[in-house]
Design a protein around this ligand. Structure first.
Ligand code: SAH
Length: 347
């Protein structure tokens, strides 16, 4: 028998509908949302201002369940990888990354990933399934529960864990709405949320239409179709010009920019000529580039370029007035860095 549906992952408006369905008022649904999303209380018994009969109707038909934290692995750099065991026994991870005054949580949206980027370990798993909105929201609630013991809370969210967020669109949007609902949800500003995509043009367009105001990050990784298609099979469906056209149309507030991720691969995409082409590609785009030195994994055929090459690449972009940072991934020592998420970890 499968478990009853989880209240975690339901929109506040859906909780109101549910209250009515169970014979209570919409107000009771709002209280329920407040307990779960604002007060971080997950035991129906502890929701003291809800009538007893409503609570028992709820517990007959529903659960309030956080994903089970199977393992927490601390890194030397202060980040921590949380491995979740889901109800069907599959595993995904989220990474808590503290940095100065922020604590960023990197969230997964799928078990595995179907896009098979050549340099990405998660890509070797293939797609197993989409996460539900409850499983996505649950990663944040579980991370916050862990941090609460230390008097802290996640401040920023990036959808850069396992999976392709825009390929799990409905659950992604639902989770974001729960995260950003200021009254009955978690109250995160959309400015503090970043959705990263492999470059699904139709998904970028749809995300723009949802008007969530979240930041968009695009995994670019090459400045020519030739190289990009070799690294990222998705480029054969949507090439650079289609991708850049969608990016240019993504609605931005005046201070917002689109982030471009560019994994630096030795001798593949790291020449100054690549950088010059990248600068041309980004001309007229409100862009910020994050160069990510390749994180190695057992069996990969790529290498990280030597530092001077990375810095030379960066200078070309800086000279073209493109804000460019080198992002040293967190959690490399614990298999939590960009593109290293895979569960179970290969032997
Ligand atoms: N599927 C989405 C979300 C994943 S974000 C996307 O592609 O954007 C994870 C980021 O890490 C992506 O930019 C991905 O291309 C990058 N990445 C994957 N493998 C990597 C590796 N081995 N080293 C460095 N970055 C990597």
């Amino acid at each position: 028998m499968s478990a009853p549906p989880n209240l975690i992952g339901m929109l506040p408006s859906e909780l109101e509908d549910l209250a009515v369905e169970l014979g209570a008022s919409r107000y009771r649904g709002r209280q329920l949302a407040t307990w779960i999303y604002r007060k971080s209380v997950y035991a129906l018994d502890a929701m003291s201002d809800l009538p007893k009969d409503f609570r028992s109707a709820l517990s007959d038909n529903r659960t309030v369940t956080l994903p089970d934290v199977a393992r927490v692995t601390p890194s030397l750099d202060g980040s921590r990888k949380l491995v979740f065991r889901l109800e069907d026994d599959s595993r995904v991870s989220a990474v808590i990354m503290p940095d100065d005054d922020r604590i960023t949580l990197c969230l997964s949206t799928q078990v595995g990933c179907g896009y098979a980027c050549a340099f990405c370990l998660t890509g070797t798993m293939g797609l197993e399934r989409n996460l539900t909105a409850g499983e996505i929201v649950g990663q944040l609630l579980a991370a916050n529960a862990l941090l609460a013991g230390e008097g802290q809370r996640v401040t920023h969210l990036v959808f850069m864990g396992m999976g392709e967020p825009l390929a799990n669109f409905a659950a992604l949007v639902k989770a974001v709405r729960i995260f950003t609902d200021a009254k009955l949800g978690l109250g995160y500003s959309p400015r503090r949320i970043t959705v990263s995509t492999v470059g699904l043009v139709s998904g970028i367009e749809k995300l723009g239409r949802e008007d969530l105001k979240v930041n968009l990050a695009v995994s670019l990784h090459a400045s020519s179709d030739d190289v990009r298609s070799q690294l990222m099979p998705v480029n054969k469906s949507w090439n650079l010009s289609a991708l850049m056209e969608a990016v240019r149309k993504y609605p931005l507030t005046h201070r917002q920019r689109v982030f471009f991720e560019y994994v630096m691969l030795d001798g593949v995409n790291d020449d100054v000529e690549d950088a010059r082409r990248l600068a041309r590609l980004l001309r007229g785009v409100k862009a910020k580039v994050n160069l990510i030195p390749f994180n190695d994994w057992e069996g990969s055929t790529f290498q990280r370029p030597p530092l001077p090459r990375i810095l030379a690449f960066q200078s070309v972009l800086l000279d073209a007035d493109i804000t460019t940072t080198v992002r040293w991934s967190k959690g490399e020592d614990i298999g939590a860095a960009c593109g290293q998420l895979r569960e179970p970890v290969p032997a």
